[in-house]
Design a protein around this ligand. Structure first.
Ligand code: FES
Length: 334
């Protein structure tokens, strides 16, 4: 049985099967609302229900009076109030068999995987979006593209080796010529192109990947916005592809780089901040009104940075964009 889900204040509506979550039903119908983890962890998909009843599991990420659309299922017809929405073409998402052409151990526990699309084929995506790798057991893993969209005949992934990770422990053994099946694009962590204000990018570990795509895209498009990049990690062994950072220093006017490292000696050696990224924000960003913040990392890290930016530095909460990395199998495509 399908229920009718209407977006409040519009004539836009879509069908949602009993037991299907509202976000997946919207995506299937070509209506995208904000989301990231799709596992009830990040809170990005939170929105209101103006009319109707939902089954809405408890979650720490659920703001009072709202529901997580990636988790809640309708108990009847609904009128919903998402934070934002837009139409997209679900058929634009494509599956490719890609070949590994380079696999580099870029940091102590990070592989940079370069994949090539079949001859003559191109991947269409926006900077900041992600793909899903299909594993032989049918499960999937999500990784952001680290290359900019104009490099559309190849894909660059930054993969952290998660201890015991079903896929990531195999990644160091992947060699040139091996193939993987990937589907893309997913996600709506992307640059707000109409904006001109200063950007603060705050990343932890391989959260660097989608921001690398964003910043390479800015360079390609000749966009001139002041950008600060704060990159957090335990020590300098977690910083990699620093040649990209050097390139942005030359090509992006007003670009500022600040590593935030837990190791005091490494922080000093890299002219960085000793401590967590949210404390680096507090120390180095006295006010963030008029800024946009792009934040990628673990759920606690993103939540701490959001708090520092919005509650303590005056950032408009609608200008905080995040991509939350949750290890393990990805939610199936909507
Ligand atoms: S909590 Fe729904 S997308 Fe993360």
């Amino acid at each position: 049985m399908a229920y009718d889900i209407r977006i409040a204040g519009t004539d836009l509506h879509f069908a949602c099967e009993a037991g299907q979550n509202v976000l997946d039903a919207g995506l299937k119908a070509g209506i995208e609302m904000p989301y990231s983890c799709r596992k009830g962890v990040c809170g990005n998909c939170a929105g209101g229900v103006a009319r109707g009843e939902v089954n809405s599991p408890p979650s720490e990420a659920k703001p009072a009076g709202q529901h997580l659309f990636c988790q809640c299922t309708p108990l009847g017809d609904l009128e919903i109030v998402p934070e934002a929405w837009h139409r997209f073409d679900p058929s634009a998402r494509k599956t490719f068999t890609v070949k590994v052409f380079r696999n580099t151990l870029a940091a102590e526990d990070v592989s940079v995987l370069q994949l090539r699309l079949p001859a003559g084929q191109r991947a269409k995506f926006k900077a900041g979006q992600y793909l899903q790798v299909s594993l032989p057991d049918g499960s999937r893993r999500s990784y952001s593209m680290a290359n900019p969209p104009h490099e559309s005949d190849s894909l660059q992934l930054h993969i952290r080796h998660v201890p015991g990770g079903q896929f990531t422990q195999l990644v160091p053994q992947l060699k040139a010529g091996d193939t993987l099946q990937v589907e893309l694009p997913f996600g709506n962590f992307e640059l707000k192109e109409e904006s001109t204000g200063p950007m603060l990018c705050v990343v932890g570990g391989t959260g660097f990947a989608p921001v690398k795509s964003l910043l390479d895209d800015l360079v390609k498009k000749g966009v001139k916005r002041p950008v600060t990049l704060i990159w957090g990690g335990r020590n300098s062994g977690g910083l990699y592809l620093l040649a990209a950072v050097e390139r942005w220093k030359k090509l992006l006017p007003g670009f500022r780089f600040l590593p935030a490292l837990e190791d005091a000696a490494d922080a000093q050696a890299h002219d960085g901040f000793h401590g967590r990224v949210d404390d680096a924000v507090r120390t180095h960003c006295p006010q963030l009104a008029g800024h946009e913040v792009y934040c990628c990392g673990s759920p606690p890290m993103v939540s701490a940075v959001r708090k520092a930016c919005v509650e303590e530095r005056g950032l408009d909460p609608h200008h905080f964009f995040s991509d939350v990395f949750v290890p393990g199998p990805a939610a199936p495509p909507g």
